[in-house]
Write a protein that binds this ligand. Structure first.
Ligand code: MN
Length: 427
């Protein structure tokens, strides 16, 4: 299905007068504080977040799965769903594919479908955390770190193949997340496993085109519960540094132990010019795949505060980060959930743009702890939703995307088109 632009215009008309009151009020307030609201609106407009193909279907847990209905059955329908999202919010203009779940049958058809919906292809993702049908060697005991050379070679070749698919589609990066690790003390030689992983990554790195990046993702536990080969940002940075200047670390918010100071990790990686990508989600405990900003919005704001420092540091920020949502959980309509996630990201970004950095720096230099805290919280407690709405209106997106999604009965239409019992590839 397609959303007509007239549906969006009509929808926005209903919001316009109340929105105008709110944005005018905020504009006056920010003006007296010396902020350029216009510049902030432009930055919010320019901020796009890629949607992963696996977030378009209802996620499951190891206990079960409760599909929503009308879920995309193939790559074409996944792209159509991202097209719907992008039509509603004009901020989800890229899709991130997962190979082998999303191997295109015809590159040209897939590319023209995407470009008709104003979508690009973000990072491609490899998968060596499960065995594929007819796979003769198993990843049960690891992939790029496996003790057997033949298994490592299978995983290396797979990653090269993922890069080749990405080249055809116009992607510029590959994200490597390994589930490799061990479940029991003694099972794995840490040193050998890390060295084997580096050797494997070097082979993959050699296959990268010049204008490509490899993003090395880390995770402290799960599916392995004693150790993972790339558990933390230190190991990721170590590997990325050894690989070369086309290799970067990728921070996934859910891939940290509780209470980790993620904003400090962001600050350090960006100072080193080694942060390449970002996966947004939220969690109460670990990799919970919850909607961005639903549990820890202040942390998200603090992370954006550091991301802005990083992006403004022109000497070390030489190429744009890959921004992506990485979440897939099991009770909401996946499209409504993604709309909420993109909104939460933009809110945190806009709030962080309202930090008075000069005053904050002065407070820090004079060790005025109270003032420093107040400056940050003053920005965090500003209601910036009218900025997000203003950005949406200017881009031709819906003022209230979830509201329009519901009033147009998009899920009902998708169920009518695709059926109630549909399962996306890979889920
Ligand atoms: Mn991730």
């Amino acid at each position: 299905m397609k959303i007509e632009s007239s549906a969006i215009t009509d929808h926005n008309q209903d919001f316009y007068s109340s929105h105008k009151t709110e944005i005018d009020f905020l504009n006056k307030k920010m003006d007296t504080k010396g902020f350029d609201l216009e510049g902030i609106i432009k930055k919010v407009i320019d901020f796009n977040v890629a949607i992963p193909s696996w977030a378009l279907g209802t996620g499951g847990t190891r206990f079960g799965r409760f599909p929503t209905g009308g879920e995309p059955r193939n790559l074409e329908e996944k792209i159509e769903d991202v097209g719907l999202l992008h039509a509603l919010n004009k901020s989800s203009g890229a899709i991130s594919l997962h190979i082998p779940w999303d191997i295109p049958e015809n590159y040209d058809n897939i590319k023209s479908l995407a470009s008709n919906l104003d979508l690009k292809f973000d990072a491609v993702n490899s998968n060596t955390f499960q065995d594929q049908e007819n796979q003769t060697l198993s990843y049960k005991y690891g992939s790029l770190s496996h003790t057997k050379k033949q298994v490592r070679q299978l995983a290396i070749d797979h990653n090269k193949e993922v890069i080749d698919h990405g080249i055809q589609l116009g992607s510029k990066s590959i994200t490597v997340w390994l589930s490799d690790g061990s479940n029991f003390p003694g099972q794995q030689n840490f040193r050998k496993a890390l060295m084997r992983t580096l050797d494997s990554l070097l082979e993959i790195y050699d296959h990268l085109p010049n204008d490509w990046k490899v993003l090395v993702e880390y995770k402290p536990f799960e599916p392995n519960f004693y150790s993972t080969v790339i558990p933390d940002w230190g190991t990721s940075l170590l590997l990325a540094s050894k690989l070369g200047n086309k290799a970067f670390s990728l921070v996934d918010l859910g891939h940290h132990l509780p209470n980790t100071n993620i904003e400090q990790i962001v600050a350090t990686l960006m100072l080193e010019g080694k942060l390449g990508g970002f996966h947004f989600n939220d969690s109460k405990f670990a990799d919970d795949d919850l909607t961005v900003g639903v549990i820890k919005p202040y942390q998200l704001f603090l992370i954006f505060n550091e991301l802005i420092y990083g992006m403004e540091d022109k000497a070390n920020y030489t190429q744009p980060l890959s921004w992506m949502i990485d979440a897939s959980h099991n009770v909401k309509d996946p499209l409504e959930d993604l709309i909420q996630s993109v909104e939460a990201i933009k809110i945190a970004y806009a709030q962080a743009l309202l930090v008075d950095r000069q005053k904050l720096e002065e407070a820090r230099e004079t060790n005025d702890v109270v003032l420093a805290q107040n400056i940050l919280q003053d920005a965090f407690r500003t209601d910036v939703r009218s900025i997000i709405s203003e950005a949406r209106i200017r881009m031709g997106a819906a003022c209230n995307p979830v509201g329009l999604f519901r009033s147009l009965k998009i899920r009902d239409q998708l169920i009518k088109e695709r059926g109630l019992k549909t399962i996306a590839t890979g889920l």
